[in-house]
Design a protein around this ligand. Structure first.
Ligand code: ATP
Length: 291
């Protein structure tokens, strides 16, 4: 890996590039993954390289859905395996969701390498090596495991292509996607679209699990039922518009009045009691819908 000084203003983003390049060198990430990373980076820049409030709300709903599911599966591609292998293994253990390697440019060799990478990072069981063409897509992209994605009721796909995302929703599965581009077909097709960087989203979701784990099914359902994905996507697009307008004003030397409301302590404080969590998550969603 190239040495990147910690005080470099683009440290995080450059380190992420290094991780993807290392993934390609190890044979776990396809070369096309470099381009996908570039597109993600561009959108992260526009979002402000931070987890926006609506994304954190979507992450809470995603955790609720994974805990409610009977057969949850986490689908892993080459970029996710390069960026967050330990986090994927941890989220799988914490929620009981099964890991399945699912590649757009599939080769048996790459599937095997990703299975090994996930196991080296703490995963016990990883599906994907016995995939069959079960999705309504052309041959290689149709391949999933029968006892994994094919039978799953909730699928968490950190990074997916639009066609497969649509194929999964068409099979009556609940799909949670992570995609920094709120305009992508994946983000538009998923039931829960987390517009955040995988490297921020996974640790946040892991941190949320203990708070949600002891909640009743009724409370979790309440959170899920109140969710509106359109509000979340609209909020991400609005954030991009605001950031662009801010930059435009900066270039033109227009001084903006700071009308931004002070951060809401409800959303920044660590969620404490279970009933309180349900209320706060719902309120966060409610705020979003009102906006
Ligand atoms: P679609 O087929 O859904 O319209 P696409 O063709 O734009 O999507 P792909 O090239 O299949 O997308 O995959 C890249 C997608 O992954 C981009 O939308 C990009 O924003 C997103 N992405 C890349 N890296 C990350 C990351 N680290 N975190 C979150 N999203 C990412």
């Amino acid at each position: 890996m190239t040495e990147i000084p910690k005080n470099h203003p683009r440290y995080e983003s450059l380190m992420t590039r290094e991780q993807i390049v290392a993934g390609v060198e190890k044979g776990i990430t396809g070369r096309q993954g470099l381009i996908a990373q570039g597109r993600g980076e561009a959108f992260d820049y526009l979002i402000g390289e931070e987890t926006i409030q609506s994304a954190e709300y979507a992450e809470a709903v995603a955790v609720s859905l994974l805990l409610l599911a009977e057969k949850p599966v986490i689908s892993v591609n080459g970029n996710a395996a390069a960026l967050v292998p330990a986090e994927l293994a941890a989220l799988s253990k914490l929620t009981g969701a099964v890991l399945e390697v699912n590649l757009f440019h599939r080769t048996d060799e790459r599937v095997k390498k990703i299975v090994e990478e996930l196991k080296a990072n703490g995963a016990d069981v990883v599906l994907g090596e016995n995939a069959e063409p079960l999705l309504p897509l052309e041959h290689e992209r149709a391949k999933v495991e029968r006892k994994g994605i094919y039978e799953a009721d909730v699928i968490f796909v950190p990074l997916e292509d639009g066609d497969r995302c649509q194929a999964l929703t068409g099979m009556n599965k609940l799909v949670i996607a992570v995609d920094l581009n709120p305009l992508s077909r994946t983000a538009q097709a998923a039931h829960v679209s987390i517009v955040d960087n995988l490297k921020r989203a996974l640790p946040k979701m892991i941190e949320m699990v203990p708070d949600f784990k002891d909640m009743t099914k009724e409370d979790l359902w309440e959170i899920v039922e109140a969710y509106d994905n359109k509000a979340v996507l609209t909020d991400a697009i609005e954030t991009i518009k605001e950031n662009l307008a801010k930059k435009q004003n900066e270039i033109l030397g227009i001084v903006e009045e700071d009308n931004a409301p002070a951060p809401d302590p409800k959303t920044t404080a660590k969620m404490e009691r279970k009933a309180e969590i349900a209320r706060k998550v719902l309120m966060r969603g409610g705020d979003l819908m009102m906006e």
